[in-house]
Ligand binder design. Structure first.
Ligand SMILES: Cc1cc2nc3c(=O)[nH]c(=O)nc-3n(C[C@H](O)[C@H](O)[C@H](O)COP(=O)(O)OP(=O)(O)OC[C@H]3O[C@@H](n4cnc5c(N)ncnc54)[C@H](O)[C@@H]3O)c2cc1C
Length: 251
């Protein structure tokens, strides 16, 4: 991998730094990644714009408190949804995804236990409500108060009765991934040998693809999924040639 230049800078945003000078200095150091601390959202946006950022303004934050330690601002997707329009008071102004690892419960549930998915879903609902009431004020100080809790009226309600309090959570989307095929394939020690290659031709008319296959990268990531998909294409149609599949057996 090439070297990456990382720059970190505590802007002391409350001291109102000159953002054009900040951008000039960052440009001078030419980092690949810049991490700003004590920066206000509007300041970060301005610095990004001064540095030439033209992409979406979304935020992804990971490493927050569990059970929802990852927050992604997906507000750019609102335009794809069927809300009345950005000027309507009922339309949401922001769309946020929260996710985390859903802890297992030891042994897989018995097949006869048909209530298991609903129980896990209810568990996620309850932890999400607790998260909004207890933790989210660190991220969204205007939506919640450390003592008074979450301001439930801030949640958009798509249709149905305009409920109050935590009942408004019913309007949100939440899920508990309990089906084995929805769960993450971990790269645990000693498991790599059990992975099957997309080039495996043990069975006629069966070719596997996915980040969990033996594709050269033993990790659950998009790169592994792409390499695996390209290997599967090669197995099917001899295209692309193996020498063009970067990451398979050569960098
Ligand atoms: C929370 C989370 C965060 C992640 N963050 C990152 C990240 O930051 N960077 C990164 O590189 N990777 C990340 N990953 C990993 C990345 O998402 C996966 O490696 C990648 O999506 C795997 O692609 P895939 O095509 O192999 O499988 P998938 O994207 O899982 O696609 C498999 C598809 O098959 C469907 N399916 C399953 N069973 C059936 C069936 N019986 N019939 C029909 N369809 C079926 C599923 O619904 C799914 O759509 C993350 C994953 C998760 C869960």
């Amino acid at each position: 991998m090439d070297d990456i230049r990382v720059m970190t800078w505590n802007l002391h945003g409350s001291a109102r730094p000159r953002l054009d000078a900040v951008a000039d200095l960052i440009r001078e150091h030419d980092p690949d990644v810049i991490a700003l601390q004590e920066v206000r959202k509007a300041q970060a946006r301005r610095v990004a714009a001064l540095l030439g950022w033209r992409g979406p303004e979304g935020i992804t934050l990971s490493g927050f408190v569990e059970p929802f330690d990852t927050w992604a601002d997906m507000s750019h997707l609102l335009a794809e949804e069927s809300w009345p329009g950005p000027t309507s008071p009922t339309s949401p102004r922001a769309l946020s995804y929260f996710c985390s690892v859903l802890p297992g419960t030891g042994a897989p549930p018995d097949r006869a236990d048909t209530g298991y998915p609903a129980r896990r879903r209810e568990e996620v609902r309850q932890t999400a409500i607790r998260f909004l009431e207890r933790d989210v004020h660190h991220l969204w100080p205007n939506a919640a108060h450390p003592k008074a809790g979450f301001r439930w009226e801030r949640l958009a309600v798509a249709d149905g009765p305009d409920a109050a309090g935590p009942a408004r959570f019913a309007s949100q989307f939440w899920t508990a991934n309990v089906n084995p095929s929805d769960r993450y394939t971990l790269s645990l020690p000693g498991t790599a040998k059990s992975r099957i290659s997309p080039l495996d031709n043990t069975y006629d008319n069966l070719i596997l693809a996915g980040d969990w296959t033996a594709c050269g990268l033993v990790a659950g990531c998009v790169e592994a999924a792409v390499i695996s998909g390209r290997l599967a294409a090669h197995a099917l149609a001899q295209s692309p040639p193996l020498r063009d599949i970067v990451g398979f057996d050569h960098p």
